[in-house]
Design a protein around this ligand. Structure first.
Ligand code: GUN
Length: 300
């Protein structure tokens, strides 16, 4: 193995410590406590775990956490009314509606009801447009976490060849926009890309966000490249016993680590950065709402 392992868990801990320090300063110097509201509709078990974890970490960095739960059969109008209340509440600086929503709700209508200035997920159409045009946006948390790790490793990303595998609205597209903003030459590869291995082999920076377990192997990677694996896939692991599973990324870690210069593991790579960046975004939203300078080192 030659690659340096990028420790996302440790990195996320540092981001949370920076957030906590700046939250403490906001309180001491301005009497302001950032607040994050998380809305969960229904009882999806994975979503419940995420929401609990978000609430716990929000409190740990010194912010106020507001949790709102609606039953799975709630009317969309009830959710929109709740969002109107949260938009109007000055104690709430960030709003996150946990996805997926029940089938009878329209995700776009719900997301676009959030005040863009409080849209800490960066999914509102205004934030998508602001990011694409290089203006001050709220940036989606997972790509923001990836960008922080890449800047930490490379310093300047200017002129580097970046390939993003996957074109989702949540990761692939905003990731490509952020890399472009940092002056990379950006390619988005996807399921219809021809000679995708050759495309990937050109990358100084390879970001995998396709949701296909271990699709990208060492042969696809340029020697010395930085590989960021956003995938979280649960696959059967009969070697661990009957019915057991394990988590893998979109990158085949063992072969990729022989070739790459640096690589994020799964678990313990990108995953922990997402919630840390949600907290960073909440702090950023709070500073902007109060006309204060942006928190240092925590924005795109
Ligand atoms: N569900 C899974 N990931 C996410 C995320 O990043 N944001 C929201 N709102 N819901 C999610």
């Amino acid at each position: 193995m030659s690659a340096e392992i990028i420790d996302g868990k440790a990195f996320a801990g540092e981001v949370r410590r920076k957030v906590a320090a700046q939250v403490a300063r906001l309180k001491a110097e301005h009497g302001i406590t950032p607040g994050l509201a998380v809305v969960l509709v229904g009882e999806d078990p994975a979503s419940q775990v995420y929401v609990r974890s978000k609430g716990k970490m929000t409190v740990e960095v010194g912010m106020n956490s507001f949790e709102h739960r609606l039953p799975a059969e709630a009317e969309e109008a009830a959710l929109l009314a709740l969002l109107d209340d949260l938009n109007a509440d000055p104690a709430v600086h960030g709003i996150l509606v946990q996805l997926p929503l029940p089938d009878h709700m329209d995700e776009s209508s719900v997301i676009n009801r959030i005040d863009p200035a409080k849209d800490v997920d960066g999914f509102h159409i205004s934030n998508v447009g602001l990011l694409a045009t290089g203006q001050k946006a709220m940036v989606p948390c997972t790509p923001l976490g990836c960008l922080m790790m890449l800047r930490d490793r490379h310093g300047s990303l200017s002129g580097l060849d970046a390939v993003v595998v996957g074109r989702s609205n949540i990761v692939g597209k905003p990731m490509a926009q952020l890399l472009l903003r940092d002056s990379c030459t950006v390619t988005i590869a996807h399921s219809r890309t021809r000679n995708i291995e050759d495309v990937c082999r050109r990358a100084d920076i390879l970001v995998a966000a396709v949701g296909r377990p271990e699709m990208i192997t060492g042969e696809w990677i340029k020697p010395g490249a930085t590989v960021i694996d956003v995938g979280i896939n649960r696959i059967p692991a009969p070697e661990r016993g009957e019915g057991k599973t394990r988590l893998v990324g979109d990158v085949h870690f063992d072969s990729a680590a022989q070739v790459a210069g640096a690589i994020t593991p799964v678990p313990g790579g990108v995953g922990p950065m997402t919630i840390a960046c949600l907290l960073a975004n909440t702090l950023t939203a709070c500073c902007r709402a109060n006309g204060l300078p942006e928190p240092e080192g925590l924005t795109a």
